[in-house]
Design a protein around this ligand. Structure first.
Ligand SMILES: C[S@@+](CC[C@H](N)C(=O)[O-])C[C@H]1O[C@@H](n2cnc3c(N)ncnc32)[C@H](O)[C@@H]1O
Length: 338
């Protein structure tokens, strides 16, 4: 008698995934059914990987230190899929970029996926849309449990033919074999304000190895400063854009991909901001998924705005911004005396 099993056969899982991916790709950015379809995809990944994203095992909870910055624990990395607008936009960006690359070349598009997490979603979601002759992935992940889960997930979806190699390594220092053969670097190793996670040092390490014209997703992340008369909670009245504080791609080029431990950004005399009239400063994390697709403020955990309230009595002082890469990765803001 055949053994009774509760799990769905791989081909059926794949079919479910393909249907949901096609729905997601066809959807407008503000479609009301977006959360439902992403949740469906999450359930399919849970079934394929046997990773719920909510297991209480210690090794699934722990963040992993890297040479620079921290890597998310397995559970958090799995839960990123549920960041609806992020997942939607990154999928659209990946799909469009691969189509564009395929229009220019006959050989497969080689993707370096730095930080694939336990579901390797931007491989498995893409694999249902292309053949292995069109797209090949190298999966790079620092967390051994996540990499093992990513391997199991790709087997459950029968996507092994799309995987060129697996590496359990720190993408901020890894020497990528045959680096010049890649066309696309994907690394969603981000948090709002480029805090703690490794997007900037990963790009610094990998972009100096990859061909100059490599497509990068997200294409760029910038930090933009604005001022407002009221806090965002009260509507951010009369908000006015000020300077761009940080531009990842420009800074990497300027420093030739060798970043100092502290990157000095702007120093702004407070008086020039009219703090009595505009007591609120806002820092936006602008995630340019591709040149044409950008996450809207507050639509994802990656694009949450930071608000600073200025003290008008400090108006003789200057506000100094810097991006620190060691010992912890963070944007810092200090008041300097006159
Ligand atoms: C935000 S999660 C994203 C997971 C998945 N790619 C997604 O988009 O849903 C980032 C993943 O990158 C991995 N990661 C972070 N820093 C890394 C590094 N320096 N080297 C390799 N992997 C890294 C983390 O362990 C985590 O699995």
């Amino acid at each position: 008698m055949p053994m009774k099993t509760t799990s769905t056969a791989p081909t059926a899982l794949k079919l479910h995934l393909k249907t949901a991916v096609s729905q997601l790709l066809a959807m407008e950015l503000d479609a009301p059914e977006l959360p439902k379809v992403v949740q469906q995809i999450h359930s399919i990944f849970q079934e394929a990987s046997q990773i719920t994203g909510f297991d209480q095992k210690l090794e699934y909870l722990a963040a992993v230190p890297t040479t620079k910055g921290k890597a998310l624990g397995l559970n958090h990395a799995a839960q990123c899929l549920l960041d609806y607008h992020r997942t939607h936009l990154f999928l659209k960006g990946m799909y469009q970029s691969i189509i564009q690359l395929l229009a220019k070349q006959k050989s497969p598009v080689h993707v370096c996926y730095a930080g694939c997490g336990p579901y390797a979603p931007f491989m498995n979601l893409i694999a249902v849309l292309f053949t292995p002759e069109e797209v090949q992935f190298t999966l790079l992940e620092i967390n051994e449990h996540s990499l093992k889960a990513a391997q199991n997930t790709s087997i459950a979806f029968e996507h092994q033919a799309y995987v060129r190699a697996y590496f359990c390594a720190d993408a901020t220092s890894f020497s990528l074999p045959e680096a010049t053969s890649y066309h696309l670097l994907f690394s969603e190793t981000l948090d709002a304000l480029l805090y703690r996670e490794c997007y900037v040092p990963i790009l610094a390490n990998l972009l100096r190895q990859l061909p100059e014209n490599t497509t990068v997703i997200p294409h760029n992340v910038t930090l933009q400063l604005s001022k407002a008369k009221t806090s965002l909670q009260e509507g951010g009245l009369d908000e006015q854009p000020l300077n761009e504080l940080f531009n990842t791609r420009e800074l990497l080029k300027k420093h030739q991909y060798e970043l100092p431990a502290v990157i000095a950004l702007q120093t702004i005399p407070l008086q020039t901001l009219s703090p009595t009239e505009y007591p609120f400063l806002i820092v936006d994390t602008c995630v340019h998924v591709t040149e044409n697709l950008q996450l809207k403020r507050g639509s994802s955990s990656l694009s949450l705005a930071l608000e600073l309230q200025l003290a008008p009595e400090n108006k003789q002082q200057r506000l100094q911004f810097q991006y620190v890469l060691s010992p912890e990765i963070e944007l810092q803001c200090h008041y300097l005396p006159e």
